[in-house]
Design a protein around this ligand. Sequence first.
Ligand code: PLP
Length: 384
Amino acid sequence: METLGIRVGHERTAEGEHSEPIFATSSFVFGSAAEAAARFAGDTQGNIYSRFTNPTVRAFEERLAAMEGGESCVATASGMAAILATCMGLLQQGDHVISSRSIFGSTTMLFNKYLSRFGIETDYAKLSDVDDWARLIRPNTRLLFVETPSNPLTELGDIRALADLAHAHDCVLVVDNCFCTPALQRPLALGADIVIHSATKYLDGQGRAVGGAVVGDGKRVGEDVFGVLRTAGPTMSPFAAWIFLKGLETLSLRMQAHSERATQLAQWLATQPGVEKVHYPGLPSHPQHALAASQQDRPGGIVAFEVRGGREAAWRLIDSTRMLSITANLGDTKTTITHPATTTHGRLSDEERANAGISDGLVRVAVGLEAIEDIQADLARGFS
Ligand SMILES: *Cc1c(COP(=O)(O)O)cnc(C)c1O
């Protein structure tokens, strides 16, 4: 994995550059009218226009495809563009989608507010309960969508079991692998058909750019999803692709370091009298600790915990930090702290929030790469 992240995708040009170049060009020129005609007709391979293909973007796509173990990858302008292009490429009017309930907020909006307008219905299943998914399957169900571990409670979906269910009903399983990245979890090897990324998070890893990707087989991703991208246009820019390419080079090391720090922080939080409960797949107290150990290489960088005293106590804890960044973003070298009930999940009704298990005292920390002693000291100030 370390080697793939560093060595795949770059074909050195005649200049002999060592680092990947940025091809800042919108279009490409042809040697002759006949060559242009052959390129446009698809008789010869090659670049035409950067909405279709670009060498820097392709280097990122090839590198991520290798790391996820997929035949094909298409890069997109954002993680949401990756999900939209996948739905547009694989679904049509009258189709039915089943998604886990605890997914990224904008993904829920996309399914409920926009895909519904085009005659695509979505039902929501309990992530950890495969029987719940099976009950919701209909003859027109085409796509199962899952995000594991979930945000912020780190609940898991059993990718192998969901893939078996999907394939028994002629459906595709799509996994949003944003929280683990291929450095910790490879859904395609577990039977999933398509992997989605918000490259904005750990693939970049330093909070610099917005981007996304879809990885899978040559037909669904290489033709169907790519077809949407080149026609509809939410493609990744070469500048962003270059940032993500460099991010992939350190991904394995970073995910290891994020996981180590998160494990230490979760263990420490569990000893704090002000903490009622810690949610982290790396703790033996996590209800799906065994599944996490078999499905993921490491538990990841996201830790959630419930403080005694509800919203007021949670806000005081957050406000008393001096180093941690109060932001909803994650997957950064900088540790971030979030109050889900009033930010990422603030638009839910009280009942929906209660169903999702988002209590008023819940705090989420996306553990960065600062020294663990400093991260702990910042939170310790709030507890005291
Ligand atoms: C951020 C995120 C997205 C959306 O990605 P953008 O790059 O912000 O469009 C999708 N899924 C998950 C799990 C995310 O965290």
